[in-house]
Unconditional design. Structure first.
Length: 262
């Protein structure tokens, strides 16, 4: 199975770099469409838009409509749950009438589970007791397939950037980590939020953070020719050894390794 992960497009209607963010997003989807073999799915790990507004989501939906494979989205701290749900409700995978945007996709060799780590108090992540219960229920609903989990906030200490803990408290992150490890079937965790490449572990589970698609907001060191070129991740799953991740430079004929793009 092949998953293309994009994150942190931050589509905005009023920022000075609004047009650049749209171009970065559109170039990324156009590049994914050229991949051979094509990915099975695209997963957007949140901060789709910057202000949570309906007009911003309309722009994001229009760009994602150009993708040639199924697209799944989850909410980041800049997203608005109600407006996101309204914008993507026609896709059929978002559970209706619920507070949190969490769900499982069962159609592939790897189960995909999307989490909702939004907090009502700020930009850092939250994961309350209700979300813990729902995550465990999602994990235990099927017991034969490996699971890839997607969450906007990385559930490990990120050793680059200003914040090592991207949840409101270490205890919140710890209870999410325990839930992710409880079954032994989660084989990878993929996140965004910190706008730069990062790697870690949740116990023995590999955890990968994709960089920001919006190049004007991206963190980290990049060669001069890549400063205005979006980077996204390709995750390839093999039953024998799990996921292998490559960073793809949009518009480039060659995908570099994850560490090359960090």
């Amino acid at each position: 199975m092949i998953i293309a992960q994009i994150s942190d497009t931050h589509i905005s209607s009023d920022s000075p770099d609004a047009d650049q963010r749209l171009r970065d997003f559109a170039l990324t989807i156009a590049d994914i469409n050229t991949l051979d073999p094509a990915p099975d799915v695209i997963v957007h790990t949140g901060d789709i838009v910057h202000n949570g507004r309906r007009d911003e989501y309309a722009q994001a939906v229009a760009i994602l409509a150009r993708a040639r494979v199924p697209v799944y989205v989850l909410a980041g701290n800049k997203d608005d749950r109600a407006n996101l749900r309204e914008a993507f409700s026609g896709r059929g995978y978002l559970p209706p009438g619920r507070d949190f945007i969490d769900y499982a996709i069962e159609d592939y060799p790897v189960r995909l589970i999307a989490l909702d780590t939004l907090s009502s108090h700020g930009n850092k992540g939250d994961f309350c007791a209700e979300r813990i219960r729902r995550l465990i229920d999602l994990i235990d609903a099927e017991t034969t397939k490996p699971i890839a989990v997607f969450a906007h906030h990385p559930p490990f200490e990120v050793m680059v950037g200003p914040d090592r803990i991207n949840f409101e408290t270490p205890e919140i992150m710890s209870r999410l980590r325990r839930a992710l490890q409880h079954s032994g079937r989660v084989v990878a965790v993929f996140s965004g939020h910190v706008h730069r490449a990062a790697e870690g572990h949740v116990g023995s589970i590999p955890a990968i953070v994709a960089p920001c698609i919006a190049t004007t907001l991206r963190k980290g060191e990049y060669p001069a020719h890549m400063m205005r070129t979006p980077v996204y991740y390709i995750h390839r799953f093999d039953p024998a050894w799990g996921f292998a991740t490559e960073a793809r430079v949009a518009g480039s004929p060659i995908a570099s390794t994850c560490s090359d793009a960090a």
